[in-house]
Design a protein around this ligand. Structure first.
Ligand SMILES: *Cc1c(COP(=O)(O)O)cnc(C)c1O
Length: 357
């Protein structure tokens, strides 16, 4: 704290991202990165983009990338907004579309960046408890609000909501924007992008960080009615004209041109996830049904924090949240089969060697 800080800064509680350890040779299953590298076509496009043209500003409107996304998702260019990672897109969404008198609704267990954005912009929020089985239920959101936001599949539970249930929520809230954060949708979830044409209150946000293996490039986007997109453009053009640099634009476009690699890697991750779930069950874990590239698991006889510490001692890192309702769970990213095997071996070691409390 310093007397030079603006008042709003003094009251902020910033988001804490998962650790990016400096140590090599760790089995890193804590931040839901893709274990497979980006497509070789992406890497070639990035090399190609390195050159004299870097002296020039990039296209402030990212039209080439928007046209690629428009063709891929069957929407128009003016229904797309792109940003520097979906975290930036979400920040603009809170400021442009969710800053109203009535509070924003989101689940009590969800992406922990949402309350941070509310703090930054002074937005009231209400946390709506998940159901008994840790699912998001449309009927629990039947109350006046200034907007609704949730990930689908949810994080960190991994549980997906059927498109029909999202549609029910959209129909019940014609006067509120419903933001569906589809960061993990490519691992078995159901996208609601096809509903954008029918629901002007729907905004879908996606990222290239997870299923396209480009967390390091920082590209995310939103799809919705042109009026919603215009609000986001207004914030962006009052903040930074060039959120996507030339490399990000080139790499992102190339990622959508290698559909075969995308399909191959996301299928491999889903298959590894099913194998990992079976192994965790065999070790006595309860695992929530996941449609994401991570699983959320707890062991009835072992404290989750102690398990996470035991894994770290064995060079495997996973994510633990010190938070009511989920402090006995571990969020484990699905790695390669070899990484999953290392995790399972470490857990077997811990469960066999540490006495139960
Ligand atoms: C990873 C993640 C994001 C952020 O993705 P970036 O595009 O890398 O900023 C957004 N929402 C959820 C739910 C995520 O898990």
């Amino acid at each position: 704290m310093s007397r030079f800080w603006s008042p709003v800064i003094q009251g902020l509680t910033p988001y804490v991202p998962g650790e990016q350890p400096k140590l090599q040779n760790l089995v890193k299953l804590n931040t839901n990165e893709n274990p497979y590298g980006p497509s070789l076509a992406v890497q070639a496009a990035l090399r190609e983009a390195v050159g004299d043209s870097l002296r020039l500003y990039p296209d402030p409107n990212a039209d080439a990338l928007k046209d690629t996304l428009a063709a891929y998702h069957g929407v128009a260019r003016n229904e797309i907004f792109v940003g520097n990672g979906s975290d930036e897109v979400l920040a603009f969404v809170f400021q442009a579309l969710l800053q109203h008198e009535a509070p924003v609704l989101f689940p009590d267990v969800t992406y922990s960046f949402y309350p941070v954005y509310c703090g930054l912009y002074g937005i009231d929020f209400v946390k709506v408890p998940l159901g008994e089985s840790m699912d998001i239920r449309a009927e629990d959101y039947r109350r006046p609000c200034g907007g609704i936001i949730f990930p689908n599949p949810n994080a960190p539970t991994g549980i997906g909501m059927p498109a029909a249930a999202v549609e029910q929520m959209l129909a019940e809230h014609p006067d509120a924007v419903v933001v569906v954060d589809e960061a993990y949708v490519d691992f078995g979830g159901e996208s609601v992008i096809p509903l954008v044409k029918r629901y002007p209150n729907l905004l879908v946000v996606q990222t290239l960080s997870k299923s396209r293996s480009l967390a390091g490039l920082r590209v995310g986007f939103a799809i919705g009615h042109p009026d919603l997109i215009e609000a986001l453009d207004r914030v962006k053009n009052s903040f930074n004209s060039y959120p996507l640099d030339r490399l990000a634009l080139a790499g992102a476009i190339a990622a959508y041109q290698d559909e075969a690699y995308f399909q191959q890697t996301r299928r491999a991750i889903m298959a590894s996830r099913e194998a990992l779930v079976a192994q965790l069950h065999a070790l006595g874990f309860d695992v929530l049904p996941s449609q994401a590239n991570f699983v959320f698991a707890r062991h009835p006889g072992r404290d989750a924090l102690l398990l996470a510490q035991g894994l770290r001692e064995r060079a495997v890192i996973v994510r633990h949240f010190r938070q009511p309702r989920i402090d006995q769970y571990l969020r484990i990213t699905v790695g390669t089969d070899a990484e999953c095997a290392a995790l399972v071996a470490a857990l077997r070691d811990i469960l066999g060697t540490v006495p139960a409390p």
